[in-house]
Every structure is written in C-alpha cells, then in structure tokens.
Design a protein around this ligand. Structure first.
Ligand code: B12
Ligand code: SF4
Length: 512
C-alpha cells in the first residue's frame, strides 16, 4: 500500500471543503498506470478533522498512527502547497518516521519545490522531494517501492535528497504532457461523498511572471487539459461526489469556451482570473452559471503594479484599470457576486499608492449590484526565493519580518515614513467598501465556511456538538453534515467577531 496525504493548513479563514486536487492528480495518475498497486489518499482535515488546540491535535495524531499500523504503507507521499501547511508537514514526517523508520516519505508541491533545502535542514525524516509536477517522478518512485527497491535514484527526473550533509539533485524533466493526465479517481478517497466543493484545473501554468507569485518557479507557461479528459473527469466526479459547486483551480483561467458544458452539467462555477484577460462582454452569457467571480486585481496604482510586474507599461495599465471597471459594472449588472483580491503595503509603496487604490475602490463600489462585492485586501508577504524578496532587499527603506521560509514575512514598512498602522488603516478603509449582500455571503460561505473568522471562533459555544468529532469539542469536523449545521450560524458569528474580520491573517491560524 502507498498512501498520499494532504496535511492540515493552519490557516482556517480560506479553508475550502474540497478534495485535495494536487495529490489527487498525482495519486490518480499512479493508480491509472499501476492498477495492481494499492493506493489511497488521506485528507487529514476531511478524514480526521481540524484540531482546535493541542489536545485535538494529539487525538488526531494517535488516530492517524493507529490507521498506519493497520494499513502498513511502504511509502507515503505528502503534498505541501501552501506555506500555511509547511510546519504541519514537517511535524507529520517526524511523526511517521518516529512511528516506523522504514516507511519511505516523499514530498511534493509548491513549498518543497521552492524550499527543499530548508526542509532538509529542518528534518531528516524526509527521504525524497519531488520538484515541480509530480506525476512522472511519483510513478517511478511507487514502481520501485512496490518492488522493494530504493527510489533514491539518479534516473528519475526532478528529485532532491540529502545524504551525508549534501543535497543531490537529478536532471530537470520535461513539462508533464497533459494529454497523458489520468482521470481523477474519487475511489482513492476515504469519503468521496462528503466534500461540498469540486476543485478542477482546466489548465496549468501561467506566463505572466508577477513577482509575488510562485507560478514562475513551477510552470512559467500555460497548457490546457484536452477537452475529452475534462468531459470525462467532470461527469465521473459528479457521479461519485455530491458536489455541484466547481472551484476552478487554474493558475490563469481563460477557458471560457467550457461554459456550455458546465451549464449542461448544472454546475455553479467559481473562478478567478486576471483583470485584463476576462472580456466583459461575455459576462451576460455566463452569469447564470457563475457563483463568485474573483479578480486578482492587487492595486490601482501604476507604480505598484509595475513593481509587481503585473502591467508592462502605461498603456497596459490603462487597459487594466478600464477593463477592471468594465468587468465590475457588468458583473454587478448581472448580479454576480465579486471578490476583488488586493495586496496592501507592497515593497516600495507610499501612502499615495494606497490612496489611489482607495479612491479606485470607492469608484468601483459606486456601481454595486445585488450580487454584492468584497475587497479582500491583505498585508503583503515577502516569501524568500521569490522575486518580491529580491525587490524588498533592493529597496533600502523597506522593513519586513525576515523570518525565513516557514514564517509570515510581513512587510511592516513599505517605504520611508510609511508605517504598518497606516497600511492597516487603508486595509480597513478598503475592506469596509465591500457590499456583503446575503447572496455574496451565502455563496462565499458555501466555498469557504470560515471566511475571515478568527480561528478561535470555531470553539464558540453557539456551535452545536454535531459540528465536532468526539465529545470534548477539540476537533472540528468539516464533512458536509457538520458544515450544513455550521453555516446557518455564520451571520451570528460574523457579527460577534466583526472587529477581527479585517484583522491580519494570523488571527485565522489554528494554534496548537
Ligand atoms: C485553488 C487555489 C486556492 C484555493 C484552495 C482550494 C482548495 N482547497 O483546493 C483558495 C482560493 C482557497 C486558495 C487560497 C489561498 N492560496 Co491558493 N491557490 C490555488 C491555486 C490556483 C490552485 C491549486 C491547485 O489545486 N492546483 C492544481 C494542482 C494540480 O497543481 P499543483 O498544486 O501544482 O500540483 C502539482 C505539483 O505541485 C506536484 N505535487 C503536489 N502535491 C504533491 C504531492 C506529492 C507526493 C508529489 C510527488 C507531487 C505533488 O504535482 C502536482 C501535479 O503535477 C494555486 C496556484 C496553482 N496554479 O496551482 C494557488 C496557490 C497554491 N495559493 C497560494 C496562496 C498564497 C494562497 C493563500 C495564502 C492566498 C491568501 N492570501 O489568502 C490562500 C491560503 C489558503 C490556505 N488556507 O492555505 C499560493 C501558494 C504559495 C505558498 N506556498 O504559500 C499559490 C501557489 C498561488 C501562487 N502562484 O503563488 N488557493
Ligand atoms: S497572472 Fe496570476 S498566476 Fe499568473 S503570474 Fe500573475 S499572479 Fe501568478
């Protein structure tokens, strides 16, 4: 048996009750090509629950180890997409190796792809790291494990491992050919029917190279999944899960020609795209299928957008701004709920830059519609080994928490005399221009049931016992039934915790 595991993310605010797509792609490919090998996917949050403190975490760990002693896996592949999962991934690796040093542990995903050196320096529990797309290397690793051979092998592309204090890297493989993508296999999951949301990637990669984004380090080009695979996948997934809400997981979504199929499958589609990629004139034709439309807008300041490498020049900027306004108006007219993603306090920002964003957000919100809109603005993070990090270091007046790859790395002073309190002031002003209609709240809470709630709100006495696993209310269950009981309470909880809703992201972190 080989297990593929999705760890817990410490950040609950953006938690989506969706099957773990990255690990499902890899595990489904391996199973498709090695049908006789026993393979399973474990989602720790879905299968065991969210731990609300130390006690809950220990209970989950004990249950997981009990399962390992029954399953006796030869190898475990762990996915680490977000930084908010990274500490938990290391703990999990240490836990598994402490339990049985013979279980072979390999990692994959954005975080290990960028930060494999830091992982190896923190733990010796990881045997191998797969860099970039995981399908081809994982197939080779599992083939060797299944024959009781050592997968640490120079002939497998995209690997990193450490022996005798030295990191070894194998040659870089070709980008994965998406016409060889395997159908996603819900049978690999423990509870395929208990996820509310169906995530799907119609394409991979993005050529834009915004300098705060990790896509450039993993897939700096865009490729589409062939239509026949999409058709098969969606029909199959709908037949085997209860989810009818689609969360598009493309880095750069622009497969708008797929909407007739999505309509015919009776799906509600939630997608994010660039403000200069979506043609506003198609909005009326897709409005009946749209759940939330999200825009990676980031800022209204030309100088900020240039520093982000989001726009090329003035004329690009002007198109970017006018198209954003046109999309906003058209979405509002067609009653589509909107989420506008923004970053506050980018390295080099002055107060003028944030003022410009505030003024533009005000002009957008004048066109508000019944679908509602939210300005989801967050403080800026400077992740090591990305271009934004180099930018922050190159500007002498920028101050950020340089707390390493496992830290939050928040920008505390974007430029001289521009302090963090003023950044937070603009964040609040912009967030407060949101128009949280009940349609927007219902749609968002369906996808992100804990949206913006502080993590400790999940312990509130208002929440019924049915939302917890066990009697001591230490573990929150995120299976469909529990979330169905939780969702009606969110208006009361959001009122109660209103003053923390526009706070820094750390209030939404689970603390163990
Ligand atoms: C959909 C999405 C979301 C959804 C999550 C939905 C869900 N639960 O499924 C939402 C909107 C909630 C979200 C939120 C956030 N996200 Co997001 N999100 C994405 C997005 C667009 C798609 C992820 C995905 O499913 N990809 C599809 C799969 C197939 O691709 P993949 O992950 O690359 O998997 C391949 C390899 O990595 C590898 N692999 C992966 N796992 C494994 C495991 C093994 C064992 C092996 C061998 C290989 C392997 O093989 C896979 C197949 O080739 C990515 C960008 C992207 N294009 O992937 C950003 C991305 C993951 N998000 C990012 C960020 C920053 C965030 C937020 C922090 C944003 C914010 N400011 O709030 C939050 C954090 C949420 C949280 N609680 O942790 C960053 C992560 C950076 C980082 N390391 O932290 C990304 C990479 C965007 C970016 N380009 O910078 N996100
Ligand atoms: S357009 Fe989006 S996915 Fe592409 S590089 Fe920029 S932020 Fe990343």
């Amino acid at each position: 048996m080989i297990l593929f595991v999705e760890p817990i993310s410490k950040n609950t605010g953006m938690y989506v009750p969706a099957y773990p797509l990255p690990v499902m792609e890899v595990a489904s490919y391996v199973k498709f090509n090695l049908p006789d090998v026993e393979i399973k996917v474990i989602s720790i949050p879905m299968d065991y629950g969210l731990p609300l403190g130390k006690k809950g975490k220990e209970q989950i760990e004990n249950e997981f180890l009990k399962d390992l002693s029954k399953i006796k896996p030869k190898g475990i592949g762990i996915s680490c997409t977000a930084i908010s999962q990274a500490e938990e991934v290391i703990n999990l690796c240490n836990l598994i190796k402490g339990f049985d040093p013979n279980i072979f542990i390999f990692l994959g995903g954005y975080f290990p792809t960028l930060y494999y050196e830091e992982i190896f320096s923190r733990t010796s529990a990881v045997d191998l790291i797969v860099l970039g797309e995981g399908e081809v290397p994982a197939l080779k690793i599992v083939t060797l494990l299944n024959k009781d051979q050592n997968p640490i092998n120079n002939n497998i592309p995209n690997l990193a491992w450490k022996t005798d204090g030295k990191i070894h890297l194998t040659q870089k493989g070709k980008p994965f050919d998406l016409s060889r993508k395997a159908p996603l296999n819900p049978d690999l999951l423990r509870h395929p029917g208990r996820y509310d949301i169906l995530p799907y990637a119609f394409s991979r990669g993005c050529p834009y190279k915004c300098n705060f984004c990790m896509e450039e380090s993993i897939r700096p080009y865009r490729r589409e999944v062939p239509n026949d695979i999409i058709h098969f996948d969606l029909k199959n997934l709908l037949g085997q899960t209860n989810a009818h809400t689609l969360l598009v997981s493309d880095a750069l979504f622009k497969s708008f020609d797929i909407f007739p199929l999505l309509r015919s499958l009776n799906l509600k589609v939630n997608f994010e795209t660039r403000c200069d990629v979506l043609n506003p004139s198609i909005i009326p034709d897709i409005s009946d299928v749209c759940g939330v439309l999200a825009l990676g807008f980031e800022s209204a300041s030309y100088h900020t957008l240039r520093r982000m490498n989001k726009v090329k020049d003035r004329s690009h900027y002007e198109k970017y701004i006018s198209n954003t306004m046109a999309i906003f108006k058209e979405a509002a007219r067609n009653e589509i709920p909107l989420v506008v993603f923004m970053i506050a306090g980018y390295p080099g920002d002055t107060e003028e830059d944030l003022k410009e964003s505030l003024v533009f957000a005000k002009s957008l919100s004048k066109h508000k519609g019944p679908g509602g809109h939210i300005f989801k603005i967050g403080e800026c993070r400077v992740y090591p080994k990305t271009k934004i990090y180099d930018l922050a270091l190159s500007l002498p007046d920028v101050v950020f928490d340089d707390d390493g790859v496992f830290g939050q790395n928040i920008v505390r002073q974007p430029s001289k005399n521009f302090d963090f309190d003023t950044v937070l002031f603009y964040m609040r002003e912009i967030y407060n221009l949101s128009n949280p209609t009940s349609e927007l709240q219902d749609t968002l809470l369906n996808i992100m049931p804990f949206f913006r709630l502080p993590a400790h709100a999940l312990k509130d006495d208002l929440i019924p016992n049915t939302c917890f696993r066990g009697e001591d209310r230490q573990i929150f269950s995120i299976q469909s039934k529990s979330l169905a009981a939780f969702r009606p309470l969110t208006p009361k909880l959001t009122d109660k915790y209103a003053n923390l809703m526009s706070e820094q992201r750390s209030v939404r972190d689970l603390v163990f």
